[in-house]
Design a protein around this ligand. Structure first.
Ligand SMILES: Cc1cc2nc3c(=O)[nH]c(=O)nc-3n(C[C@H](O)[C@H](O)[C@H](O)COP(=O)(O)O)c2cc1C
Length: 215
C-alpha cells in the first residue's frame, strides 16, 4: 500500500476547501486500490504550534520529526512515512489559516538544521499545495504558504499548486452583509470555473497517485 496524506486546514466541512480536497482524494483513489488516502481535519484537533522545546535539536538525539507530544504527534509521524502530501487552506487575511500555519511550524522546524541551514525530512515525496479564496487569479492578496513553501520545497520536493479563485463565501449572498460582492458576478464566475476547479483537483489527485504507484 502507498499512502497519501491530506491535511485540511479549513474550518468548514462541506465548503470550498473541503470539496477541493475531497475531489483530490477521489482522483487519487481512482488510480488503484493500492492507494490509501487519509484526510486529517486540523480544526477537529487540539494541538499547539512549535513549543520551542528544542527536543528535535538535542545533540546525539536530533530528530527531523517533532518530539512534542499532543494530538498532532501521530499525524506528524504518519506524514514522515507517507508517499504523498496535500495541504489545503482557505486564504484568511492574505495567508493560510492560523491552524495550517501552526501545523506547519511543527512539521517544518525539525527539518531545519541550525548547523548548516539545510532542510531534511525523513522522506522526500510529491506535494500539492491548495488554496481557496475570494480573490481572482488576476487580483488577489494571497501570500499562499509564504515562507513555509521554501521549507516544503527544500525538505520534501518542489510542490505543485492547485487553487480555486473567487469562490462562494456563502450560499445565499442576500442573507448577509456582503454588499461589496455582486452575487450575479459571483454566480457567473462560479458557473464558469467551479466544476473545472474540482476537475483540476481530481486530476491532481490522479497524477499524484500514478506517480506514487510507479515508485
Ligand atoms: C476570516 C476570513 C478572512 C478571509 N480573508 C480573505 C483574504 O484575505 N483574501 C481572499 O481572497 N479571501 C479571503 N477570505 C475568503 C475565503 O478565503 C474564501 O471564502 C475561501 O474559499 C473559504 O474557504 P472554505 O469555503 O473552505 O471555508 C476570507 C474569509 C474569512 C472567513
Amino acid at each position: 500500500m502507498k499512502k497519501i496524506m491530506i491535511i485540511d486546514g479549513g474550518p468548514r466541512k462541506n465548503f470550498n476547501t473541503a470539496s477541493m480536497l475531497q475531489k483530490f482524494a477521489e482522483g487519487a483513489s481512482s488510480v488503484s486500490d493500492q492507494i490509501e488516502v487519509k484526510t486529517v481535519r486540523l480544526y477537529d484537533m487540539d494541538y499547539k504550534g512549535c513549543m520551542s522545546c528544542m527536543a528535535c535539536k538535542v545533540k546525539g538525539k536530533a530528530s527531523n520529526v517533532c518530539r512534542y507530544k499532543d494530538a498532532l504527534t501521530p499525524v506528524l509521524e504518519e506524514i514522515a512515512q507517507a508517499d504523498g502530501l496535500v495541504l489545503g487552506s482557505p486564504i484568511y487575511f492574505g495567508d493560510v489559516t492560523g491552524q495550517m500555519r501552526t501545523f506547519l511550524e511543527r512539521l517544518a522546524f525539525p527539518w531545519l538544521s541550525y548547523n548548516d541551514y539545510s532542510l531534511t525530512a525523513p522522506k522526500r515525496m510529491p506535494v500539492v499545495l491548495m488554496e481557496t479564496m475570494n480573490g481572482t487569479p488576476e487580483r488577489n492578496n494571497s501570500n499562499g504558504y509564504g515562507s513555509m513553501e521554501h521549507c516544503i520545497a527544500g525538505a520534501l520536493g518542489q510542490p505543485t499548486h492547485v487553487n480555486a479563485y473567487n469562490t462562494y463565501q456563502v450560499n445565499a449572498y442576500s442573507r448577509f452583509e456582503l454588499g461589496g460582492f455582486s452575487e450575479e458576478a459571483k454566480r457567473r464566475y462560479r458557473d464558469e470555473h467551479w466544476q473545472e476547479d474540482l476537475q483540476r483537483a481530481f486530476e491532481a489527485g490522479r497524477k499524484m497517485a500514478e506517480g506514487v504507484i510507479t515508485q
